[in-house]
Design a protein around this ligand. Structure first.
Ligand SMILES: Nc1ncnc2c1ncn2[C@@H]1O[C@H](COP(=O)(O)OP(=O)(O)O)[C@@H](O)[C@H]1O
Ligand SMILES: [Mg+2]
Length: 407
């Protein structure tokens, strides 16, 4: 399980740490830096996929030019935090990940240099992995004729072939690789799927075949339909998976009165729930799932049920869920464990940098939370004020004498 993610000079973060739990909620206003955290998780996922640094950042294309991996959001010179003191187009950032693997503390850190003039732009500056206090990976610096050869691939994956699967480095790779980023699109969920496609795509593709696999197990089917009945106003009894002449699999939802609703006419919210349920009720033992804006398209009345489902499933220990939201309403319903793993990302107009703070550490929020009116407290902007106050004076170093932001 990942327990924390620290970002140094990465996008809006000068040096900030996110506490990660079974279910991690990242709360924040627009442009506060929530998705920049997601981008950092995509970066470590890219490492797990074995890509070079340039591929992780810029994208990876397969034969025929089709895209295998979308690079990290933003232009290459926008990954390193602006205003680091470097000329634009050069700099470095560090990402540090802490994990708990079967009770053992594992720390991994990677520092990446960026130079617009160098081939590929990105190169490895330092990399380290500790299991407890024991180093199992250090930077490999290559030299030829006394000249430093910039490494373009993380050491973690570079010598992968000669490691056994239970090697801690291999385990770390597969954990990074297991991170999934779901940005569900109702349009993609409505598409019929190709028989045999058993993994839900990041936009929700393959929903019919993924559901068909779940429904083949009566027990899992029962759990899934009962959650769906709770989450939607539909009286869902089951599903059918008709084939079209081309062999593609379609989805139909069967209601209690025998009425069948095709995926084409099912509501966006219903499809979203269905896709999330297939993920959360999957029988996979491990995995880390990042959801963008979990509240999107879901009625507030149902949101708390979804929250309960995620809390219940992540408490079992197999999967971790990380979500961004700008809905403080979530705070009113979450359990104590989730509350302790909820952070607010904050950036005020004076700062270019974002701060990440566990909300439990803000004033007497632990007590306030027990009292009523939580939701109002947050929608009224109290949270932002509390954050600004706890940070002290705004950092004005980057302002010139006129109070204007320097270029
Ligand atoms: N390298 C960088 N240095 C400083 N700020 C950055 C950098 N890259 C992006 N940003 C800023 O991050 C903000 C977007 O943050 P984002 O995480 O997408 O917000 P949200 O909380 O809405 O998801 C933008 O205002 C953008 O200017
Ligand atoms: Mg965002």
């Amino acid at each position: 399980m990942i327990t924390s993610l620290r970002l140094v000079n990465f996008k809006t973060f000068a040096d900030e740490e996110l506490t990660v739990g079974p279910f991690t909620v990242i709360l924040g206003a627009n442009a506060s830096g929530k998705s920049n955290i997601r981008d950092a998780f995509r970066f470590i996922h890219g490492i797990g996929r074995g890509y070079t640094l340039a591929e992780i950042m810029g994208g990876k294309y397969g034969v025929g030019g089709q895209i295998e991996w979308m690079g990290i959001r933003g232009a290459p010179n926008e990954i390193v935090r602006f205003g680091q003191g470097y000329p634009l187009g050069a700099g470095e950032f560090t990402v540090l990940v802490e994990l708990n693997l079967d009770g053992e503390k594992v720390r991994y850190s990677i520092t990446v240099g960026f130079n617009l003039d160098a081939p590929g732009g990105f190169h490895l500056l330092a990399e380290r992995m500790l299991v407890g206090e024991r180093p199992v990976l250090g930077s490999v610096v290559s030299e030829q004729d006394g000249r430093f050869i910039p490494e373009v691939r993380p050491s973690l994956t570079r010598t992968f072939a000669d490691r056994s699967p239970d090697d801690m480095r291999s385990r770390l790779c597969s954990i990074f690789e297991s991170i999934r980023f779901l940005e569900l699109s109702p349009e993609r969920m409505r598409e019929p799927s190709i028989p045999g496609a058993a993994t839900l795509g990041d936009s929700g593709q393959n929903l019919p075949t993924v559901l068909e696999v779940i429904c083949a197990d009566p027990n899992r089917k029962r759990v899934l339909t009962s959650w769906l009945q709770e989450l939607t106003p539909m009286d869902v009894q089951g599903f059918e998976f008709p084939r079209d002449p081309g062999g593609r699999v379609h989805l139909q939802i069967v209601e209690g009165n025998g009425r069948k609703v095709s995926a084409y006419s099912a509501s966006d919210g219903t499809l979203r729930f269905l896709a999330m349920l297939t993920v959360l009720l999957s029988d996979k033992a491990e995995g880390i799932y990042c959801f963008e804006e979990i509240d999107g398209g879901i009625h507030p009345n149902r949101l708390w049920l979804l929250l309960e489902l995620i809390e219940r499933q992540t408490a079992k220990g197999g999967i971790q869920v990380i979500t961004t939201t700008h809905s403080p309403a979530l705070l009113a319903w979450m359990n104590d464990t989730t509350f302790e793993h909820t952070s607010v990302v904050y950036r005020d107009e004076y700062w270019t940098d974002s701060a990440i703070r566990p909300i439990a550490g803000l004033y007497n929020l632990r007590e306030l939370r027990k009292s009523t009116g939580m939701e109002r407290l947050f929608t009224s902007g109290w949270l932002e004020n509390a954050m600004a106050f706890s940070e002290g004076e705004p950092d004005t170093d980057h302002l010139d004498d006129d109070g204007e932001t320097e270029e």
